[in-house]
Design a protein around this ligand. Sequence first.
Ligand code: URA
Length: 221
Amino acid sequence: MKNLKNALLLKQLYQLKQLGYKYTSVTPYKDEEQDLRLPDTLASLEKQAMECHLCELSKTRHKAVFGEGDPNAEIMFIGEAPGTMEDSAGKPFVGRSGELLTKMIENVLHIPRSDVYITNVVKCRPPNNETPTPTQAHTCQPYLMKQIALIRPKLIVTLGATAYHYLTGDDTEISKVRGTLHKQNDYTVIPTYHPSYLLRNPSAKKEVFDDLLKVKELMGK
Ligand code: URA
């Protein structure tokens, strides 16, 4: 909630700056004037995210990419951020790494991609596909947390270091933690490599295959 408050404060300071203010001695943001609760349905949360202007990524995005899949999924996949293709489609993982992710889900877990839920740490594409900054990731975090709270997955597969780091707060190297299980809140996190890393390093596919077999076993699939 503190992140959301800070983000709203920042947004209002940006607005004042656009109007020509260089300095303000008062806090434009007033706690009691805002309803800081995020919506309690996935559809209204998505609507809010699609219209979000809490960080500068909203200025360069074409479409915010909220996430897609089964709203009651037992397994959730979290990537880093939308890329160029996702930014135009408004859907997560539709490019080359998306094709690979779909194969991983369908050929290893033996379930349709539509049976899981897929989203990212940040919902808008960072320019030049850079890693989201900590401020961008923290500003967007309430959306991800609310998605998890509403979907209530049993297992969350984080794809790459960024997703693992922002979900667990742990910044151990991904090569050291991949395939390990982390129980938190009502779900278990299992980190693995990001599909775009696999496109650059195909020899790591074997490790991801092993991680997904673990997912399959845990889910009794
Ligand atoms: N990479 C990601 O992390 N997410 C996407 O949606 C696409 C590529």
